[in-house]
Design a protein around this ligand. Structure first.
Ligand code: PEP
Ligand code: MN
Length: 353
């Protein structure tokens, strides 16, 4: 994935790119205290929700424009970049007017093409990085559609954020990871950086570390993690936020596997597997050709297709050979039965002719 395309000056090109900060900006003190904690850990990008799309009315709906000058302080006093969620053209204009550095489109907004188009239109002529969360529903085309709308507006610093998908019954996860969806996104758009949001996938503090590790093992480029100076007292998403210290512990314990090394070794091994599979296919095709000749012979000599004794001998003999070669007898039986079935099918065709 191409992390370079979204990097801002001074931000390390090494995985994982980290964005951290509270679910919501609540007070100037909470913003500054959390940001100080994160800055002291070397975190460069501060996230904070200013406008909060709540599932039900009555939850904390965000502090609004009043919080944007607090983010400006985070920039000027701590030298961090800032990122906020935008859901309307007005949010885009206000965020830009207050020098926010990165915008993200939330999951509920991505699910609505009208809203995404409105945001995209407001972004025309800017080159601010825009990160696009997956829609709440597991619809890859809808996600890609939102990415295309933003791209068509001329934005070139684009990343995707994987935050999991809603489901009716919530068990372990708040939002199911369904990793195959971001993996398929990567297959279709290989140059698009993908960032994982373990906070909204997990919904619980304890799940953040294992989800971060999974994302790293799947080669995600970055992580966006909710961090709050006093998580239990957070005005939104209290159960999934961690203090900057806990975040530091989580990040330091991540095992980042060396991509180039492993993929080089792996690609050599994979080439061998491809070649061996080719050999297997050619051998199987050859075996079928010989079996057809046997079928022809049986037809000419009025013999039945199935020679039970011969089949029995083949099975016994091959299974014990396989076991001597370190393979499971049951496995070999499955393979032989499948091969025999296909042979019989070919011979039946010949009988019918
Ligand atoms: C958030 O990042 O705080 C948020 C509201 O996330 P999502 O859009 O993924 O629900
Ligand atoms: Mn949140």
């Amino acid at each position: 994935m191409e992390l370079e395309s979204i990097l801002l000056p001074g931000v390390d090109a090494k995985r994982p790119l980290i964005l951290a900060g509270p679910c919501s900006a609540e007070t100037e003190e909470q913003v500054m205290q959390t940001a100080r904690g994160l800055a002291s850990l070397g975190i460069k990008i501060f996230r904070a929700g200013i406008w909060k799309p709540r599932t039900k009315p009555g939850g904390f709906e965000g502090i609004g424009v009043k919080g944007l000058p607090w983010l400006k302080r985070v920039k000027t006093e701590l030298g961090m970049y800032t990122a906020v969620e935008v859901a309307t053209a007005k949010h885009v204009r206000e965020a830009l007017a207050h020098d926010v550095d990165i915008l993200w489109i939330g999951a509920r907004t991505t699910a609505n093409p009208f809203a995404v188009q409105e945001i995209a239109d407001a972004l025309e002529g800017t080159d601010i990085p825009v990160f696009i969360k997956n829609p709440v529903n597991p619809d890859l085309d809808l996600w890609i559609g939102a990415i295309e709308r933003v791209h068509n507006a001329g934005v070139r610093k684009i990343a995707a954020i994987h935050r999991g998908f809603s489901s009716f019954d919530k068990k372990i996860y708040r939002n199911l990871p369904q990793w195959h969806i971001p993996i398929e996104l990567h297959r279709q758009l290989p140059n698009l950086p993908i960032i994982c949001d373990p906070s909204h996938i997990g919904g619980k503090r304890e799940l953040i570390a294992p989800l971060c590790q999974q994302a790293m093992d799947l080669n995600f480029d970055g992580l966006i993690i909710e961090s709050h100076c006093n998580p239990e007292k957070a005005w939104s998403d209290a159960s999934q936020q961690v203090t900057p210290d806990v975040l530091d512990f989580i990040i330091n314990n991540l095992v980042i596997r060396d991509i180039t090394q492993t993929t080089e070794n792996l690609s050599m091994l994979r080439r061998q597997i491809d070649e061996l599979d080719n050999n297997l296919l050619e051998l199987l095709a050859k075996r079928m050709r010989v079996s057809k000749e046997i079928g022809q012979y049986k037809k000419e000599h009025n013999m039945p297709i199935l020679q039970a004794q011969r089949y029995d001998e083949i099975l016994k003999h091959r299974i014990s050979q396989a076991e001597q070669m370190g393979m499971d007898g049951e496995f070999m039986k499955t393979v032989l039965v499948a091969i025999h079935e296909e042979s019989v099918r070919h011979q039946q065709e010949i009988m019918k002719q």
